[in-house]
Ligand binder design. Structure first.
Ligand SMILES: C[S@@+](CC[C@H](N)C(=O)[O-])C[C@H]1O[C@@H](n2cnc3c(N)ncnc32)[C@H](O)[C@@H]1O
Length: 258
């Protein structure tokens, strides 16, 4: 049975339960580059993980001894994160899970480090400055911000593509597969149509759903970051092994309030 395409109110409701399995099947190539984001969280640091998802970054950071606040709007992703926490009672005092959506959020406290791993795709260009301004308010002078999904060159912008396989994994007798096709709606926005199928023997269930994403040229994002009071971190080189939009970019909160 195939359910018709639609944009879910909770954008990750259809695939949240498979998010970590699909990431695990890609090993160290899984994106976002959770290990690179997490290693910036030092023991005892206060970390804000905006768009924490299932906690791939947050739980690594908490395991390293950081105190982590997970801001995540998707109830389905939060549910997976909370289920993972159920098996990690040693972390319960260090991990706070909040139903928070960027760009407008006010947590009433400051953090040493904020990260946006795989999240910029959901921020419209006109909301970018607002997002960075809100993040800046949550960091002290010198506070660190890490984010990915910035496009260094126009050539790295994605184009439309026809249906392609993204994931295929067998768990016991069931095969889960995800494919997708993409259309560009504008130079800075795409619409991806996902097909998630679950096969057991001769029975296959399919669900079609849509997620839109935005593209952010690095120069545009840098201008907004600077207006919000950030500057590129001089020690940013080597933050991640990846290059292109999957690279992790580092910025520091300037000393004066914006
Ligand atoms: C690609 S997932 C990345 C999850 C996690 N950071 C990781 O590294 O695996 C993107 C996450 O951003 C969340 N998200 C989408 N829109 C958001 C918004 N406006 N504010 C905060 N998070 C958002 C989604 O619900 C999803 O959990």
């Amino acid at each position: 049975m195939t359910k018709p395409s639609k944009t879910a109110a909770d954008g990750y409701r259809p695939d949240a339960g498979l998010y970590d399995i699909f990431a695990a099947s890609e090993g160290t190539h899984a994106l976002p580059d959770a290990a690179s984001f997490a290693r910036l969280a030092v023991p005892g640091a206060r970390v804000l993980d905006v768009g924490a998802g299932t906690g791939r970054v947050s739980l690594r950071a908490a395991a390293a001894g950081a105190q982590v606040w997970c801001a995540e709007p998707s109830p389905a992703m939060r549910a997976v994160l909370l289920a993972k926490l159920a098996a990690l009672p040693d972390m319960w005092s260090r991990v706070t899970v909040l139903p928070v959506k960027a760009p407008n959020f006010e947590l009433g406290c400051r953090f040493d480090y904020a990260c946006l791993a795989g999240v910029m795709q959901f921020i419209a260009p006109h909301e970018r400055l607002k997002l960075f301004t809100h993040v800046a308010r949550h960091l002290p002078a010198g506070g660190l911000l890490a984010l990915d999904m910035l496009e260094k060159t126009p050539a790295s912008f994605e184009t439309s593509w026809t249906e392609r396989d993204l994931h295929h994994i067998a768990l016991g007798e069931v095969v889960y597969a995800m494919s997708a096709w993409r259309e560009m709606l504008s130079p800075f926005k795409s619409r991806t149509h996902y097909r998630l199928s679950t096969r057991h023997g001769v029975t296959t269930t399919e669900e079609l759903f849509i997620r839109d994403r935005y593209f952010h040229p690095y120069a545009h994002a840098l201008s907004d970051l600077q207006h919000a009071g950030f500057h590129p971190d001089p020690q940013a080189q080597g933050a991640s092994a990846a290059s292109g939009p999957t690279a992790v970019f580092l910025f520091r909160r300037a000393s004066s309030e914006s």
